[in-house]
Design a protein around this ligand. Sequence first.
Ligand code: ADP
Ligand code: ASP
Ligand code: MG
Length: 469
Amino acid sequence: MKIIMKFGGTSVGTGENIRHVAELVMQYAQKDYKIAVVVSALAGVTNSLIEVGCQAKKSNEKQIQIFTAELLKKHIEAISSAITSKAIQKEVTQFTEKTIAELEKVLTGICYVGELTPKSRDYVASFGERLSAPIVWGAIKDHKAETQCFTGKEAGIVTDSNFGEADPLMNFTTHLIRERLSPLLEHGVIPVVTGFIAANQDGVVTTVGRGGSDYTTTILGVALQANEVWIWTDVDGIMTTDPKIVATARMLPHLSYQEATEMAIFGAKAMHPRALGPVINENIPVRIRNTANPENQGTLITKEPIANAKEAVKAVAIIKDVAMLNVYGAALVGAPGSYAKVFDVLGKNNINVMMISAAASEANISMIIKRSLLGRAISNLEIALLERGGLISEVTVEDDVAVIAVMGAKMKGTLGVASRIFSIVARKGINIHMIAQGSSELNISFVVKEKDGTAVVQAIHEEFKLDKA
Ligand code: ADP
Ligand code: ASP
Ligand code: MG
């Protein structure tokens, strides 16, 4: 069996957790599994790097030093409890000190230049995985196993230059990964690869999007022709909803690629939205498993949808940190290509539209975008289309909304699901601001005020009895 295993930030939060991860890897290595390991940054580290990168634009060297000293302390603590051999501890510690010294220089540079570009943001964000992977490597080596540590770039993951959301050049990447990692796996060496980070063709560091270690793992899974890809996390698998919102959320034992992708796109944080792209054509199964409960087989994601699903609705998710953008204009009506012009402006400015709804009168379009992109969206629409005589006459926003997505393959062709959903929301006295149903009919999404989101998710979970198999 050849398995690519990914351990998320929640699984490598502390030194003790990393020890446990190494033991888990060894259990399978001892059963003669061929294993490659992908590692995320320690929980919370990527967030803190991005935050300090943004602040570095206006902060001073002293603040940067305080941050890097704390980061060093956190990783040194992890090293000392994850690894017992003094020699390995020393090796990893020296590497960690060198890496953090490099980070300090980068942040100081940003501080002087006063600018954080998408390119330098990726470079800063890459340090989380660059610091975590060597500790996992050390903890595996501690078990006297043969292991080798790689950054995504060293492993051979080459992407386009879409910093922040890069995609792999899959043919080239497959060639390089096979060349570099396959011989190791064949000889029982365990490669440990940083998730999330890669490099473009010029060798400049890129990242594949937040939560992207899942994506790194499926890329490796395809390149190395794995039997399965396992994503270890802090919950038993993909659940009917976020267990942090509904305590009775139930694990879904089997999902199709299509269902799992839909869930990932619509907010089930357990999986990166583009992660299943590489494995679908190759038909490689993906399993989501719990590091703290390895006896559980987790959620298996394969090509086949489950024939015997009873309920039309299978899961419900909430996407926060979004905003609704409404564009009005009499000139939008009946003018061929007018919508295309609006989306072109957003597309050219790298603003992804997550959901669209248009009035039949055509005089307005409502869109959902990431809240952080709102300012950029409004200013660019204003420059391009709102000026005198332009296509649109007004842009309004609601920046305190959330999307609720209700999903299930059996929703297609089942009558009355939408009316049941909307009746529940109405009974709660909650207003719906926008509705969209994907043409796949796997999902109905709608927008409510973010403060009402949790109550809506809980009510839908209860109405469709999602806690019962
Ligand atoms: P990791 O660090 O392992 O990548 P994440 O925090 O990215 O972990 O994802 C796991 C978290 O996703 C869980 O702790 C859970 O709260 C959240 N989550 C949201 N929706 C779902 C869902 N439908 N199923 C499982 N987990 C979910
Ligand atoms: N560390 C990265 C992030 O927090 C990637 C990941 O965890 O998958 O987004
Ligand atoms: Mg994740």
